[in-house]
Design a protein around this ligand. Structure first.
Ligand SMILES: Nc1ncnc2c1ncn2[C@@H]1O[C@H](COP(=O)(O)OP(=O)(O)OP(=O)(O)O)[C@@H](O)[C@H]1O
Ligand SMILES: [Mg+2]
Length: 251
């Protein structure tokens, strides 16, 4: 199963969600590969050692024809990482043929890793094309702001175009509502409107400092429970998605 987490609005929780999906799939006893397509390297910093990542094969190597890159080991035995490097941004300006190279390499890695989670940069370009063309699933985290949907239209158009022309296996986007303020009426109304328009998974994830705190110590929020409500929300949401994606629980 290959899943891409995308939304070209920045700071909506793509990396937080990608990291939690990786942790959860690994907890379920799967070998998981995390691919960091964002040169900021936040997923790399959460799931691997940044110093070692500098010397490892970077995710940009997926776009080069000289062999399948070798993932580095991550923070847990069942987690491997293709880390971000500064060279990633340039891949967006490469020819379409390089996207096909990346798709081939991701499929080859899929033979070794049952689960691949791709975190993307807040941009539309060759990296996103390659990620979506290799994936069966697309997860879009959204914050319940009034303008949240505006930016998503072009991502969905891109996903539809890729499913029509390159990848018939790409399922319609799954939405996750993140950073909701449970007592803000505007947030509740926007979340409800989004749920009428899109396939939105529950529970909605509330804004809580516990999320950033957990990721800062390279752990999922349910293993660093300063807030058990939040911990539970994230665990249930990740299970909801992984179940929908047919990820086996070997525990
Ligand atoms: N529900 C939440 N509550 C509180 N903080 C959160 C929540 N979700 C994410 N964050 C924090 O908000 C910040 C932005 O989240 P994240 O990095 O996951 O967004 P992103 O969409 O990947 O951003 P970018 O587009 O820059 O890659 C991070 O510090 C993250 O830890
Ligand atoms: Mg990110």
């Amino acid at each position: 199963m290959i899943v891409t987490v995308a939304n070209h609005k920045g700071g909506v929780g793509k990396t937080a969600l990608a990291a939690h999906l990786v942790f959860r799939a690994a907890e379920r006893g799967n070998k998981v590969l995390a691919v960091d397509f964002d040169a900021q390297g936040n997923l790399t910093g959460t799931l691997a050692d940044r110093g070692r990542a500098l010397k490892a094969d970077g995710a940009e190597r997926l776009f080069a024809a000289d062999g399948v890159p070798v993932p580095m080991s991550g923070v847990e035995p069942d987690i491997a990482v293709l880390p971000a490097t500064a060279a990633l941004n340039a891949t967006d300006r490469g020819p379409l043929s390089q996207a096909f190279t990346a798709i081939g390499h991701l499929k080859a890695l899929h033979g070794e890793f049952g689960i691949i989670v791709i975190d993307t940069a807040p941009a539309i370009g060759l990296r996103l094309t390659a990620a979506l063309a290799a994936s069966q699933y697309l997860v879009v985290p959204l914050q319940p702001e009034s303008y949240a949907v505006d930016g998503v239209a072009s991502l969905l158009a891109e996903a539809v175009s890729i499913s029509e022309h390159m990848n018939p296996n790409l399922a319609p986007a799954e939405f996750v509502i993140n950073a909701i303020h449970p007592r803000a009426r505007q947030h509740a109304a926007t979340a409800k409107r989004l749920a009428q328009q899109f396939k939105v998974r529950t529970p909605y994830l509330r804004r809580a400092i516990a999320v950033a705190d957990a990721l800062a110590v390279k752990r999922p929020v349910w293993r660093n429970p300063t807030n058990s409500t939040v911990a539970n929300e994230w665990a249930v949401l990740c299970d909801e998605l992984l179940d929908a994606f047919g990820v086996v629980d070997w525990r």
